[in-house]
Design a protein around this ligand. Structure first.
Ligand code: IMP
Ligand code: MG
Length: 338
């Protein structure tokens, strides 16, 4: 904090929801802003409950945090209200007047687009179609919908004023670096720039104000939809390693590959993080499961983390060891060393 940006280092589904919910609970930011759109599912497990969020910030678990939807984000009204109910966060959710609104026609247009659905493997949530309308300047924005009237605010102003008061703000990115429209594996990408620079541009805050960039890598790489995945394993191998997952939004099986240093180096170059978070660490080192202190990790697990820090020249500060938001080793708070 004060301004922490959380972004994904692979192809989405790195566990940003878990990392953001942990940071919410521990750092208690005044504001958490969600960027991106409803094609991105962020999963939060806390106190034996599970939420699959597609538009609300994952910081909702901290009840003092105000939850905001960025001007560059795109929401769908039914999804927004459903999540406000599911998370019990009515009264502290705010939507920027200029946030885009996805309508049924956008969903229909994507789902009937064979190129998007079959070749690219789109999630079919209408996000790309709404972005087209946004660029053509015909997309409706939040301020035009009477049902959103009580939630409307100026998010960039709120964020900048909070930072001027030295309050804490977390910006929650979506998807991953290599799904970026500009820096990813085009055309097998999503419809926005998912890197740290793109994410803060969606909020309306200067790069000069960013204090921390947390780049999230899952302990292995996954990808849903089409496009290259270096080192991709057969589905049998994925299952044998216990890495089988399904998409949060679409339920499709995720393709998987081992942690890839070359890809990670490029993600570091594109985002220049100050910190790295590693999630699902217990999938690589079962002995790490549920551990919350560095000293409780098996020696080989600690060595692996140190080797990643050294290879990427960025400290690994957060290590996810289980589903719960609090299953986290937080090296920002521990002195690590010989
Ligand atoms: P679209 O953005 O829904 O059109 O999907 C374009 C590509 O990005 C497809 O390969 C999707 O599977 C992928 N994609 C979009 N959002 C996510 C996400 O949140 N997690 C993982 N993959 C995603
Ligand atoms: Mg996801």
């Amino acid at each position: 904090m004060p301004l922490t940006v959380v972004v994904g280092g692979w192809f989405g589904d790195e566990g940003k929801g878990k990392v953001v919910s942990y940071l919410g609970l521990v750092d208690k930011p005044a504001i958490c802003v969600r960027t991106g759109s409803i094609n991105a599912g962020h999963t939060v497990n806390f106190n034996r409950k599970t939420w699959k969020l597609r538009i609300l910030p994952s910081c909702f678990v901290n009840e003092t945090t105000r939850l905001m939807i960025a001007p560059g984000a795109l929401l769908k009204i039914d999804v927004l209200f459903r999540e406000i109910e599911e998370t019990g966060s009515r009264g502290r959710v705010w939507v920027d007047a200029n946030a885009g609104v996805i309508e049924d026609k956008h969903v229909e247009s994507e789902r009937s687009n064979e190129y998007l659905m079959k070749i690219i493997g789109s999630t079919g949530q209408g996000v790309g179609a709404a972005m087209v309308d946004r660029v053509l300047r015909v997309l409706k924005t939040a301020k035009e919908f009477p049902e959103l009237r009580d939630l409307i605010t100026d998010v960039s102003r709120e964020v900048n004023e909070e930072l001027d008061r030295s309050g804490g703000v977390i910006v929650e990115g979506t998807q991953g670096t290599f799904l970026s429209l500009y820096h990813g594996t085009y055309p097998f990408v999503t419809s926005r720039d998912t890197t740290a620079a793109g994410v803060i541009s969606e909020v309306g805050v200067s790069p000069r104000l960013v204090t921390d960039i947390v780049l999230v890598f899952k302990a292995y790489v996954t990808r849903v939809g089409a496009g290259e995945l270096p080192g991709e394993l057969s589905m049998d191998e994925v299952i044998a390693r216990g890495w089988a997952e399904r998409g949060t939004v679409t339920g499709r099986p995720r393709r998987a590959a081992p942690f890839n240093l070359d890809l990670a180096r490029r993600a570091v170059m594109l985002n220049r993080p100050t910190q790295i978070a590693i999630t699902k660490f217990d999938a690589l080192f079962p002995g790490a499961r549920g551990k919350r202190r560095w000293s409780d990790l098996p020696v080989e697990a600690r060595r692996w983390i140190e080797s990643i820090s050294e290879a990427l020249r960025v400290p690994v500060t957060l290590i996810g060891t289980g589903e719960d938001s609090m299953d986290m080793i937080d090296l920002r708070r521990e002195v690590v060393g010989p």
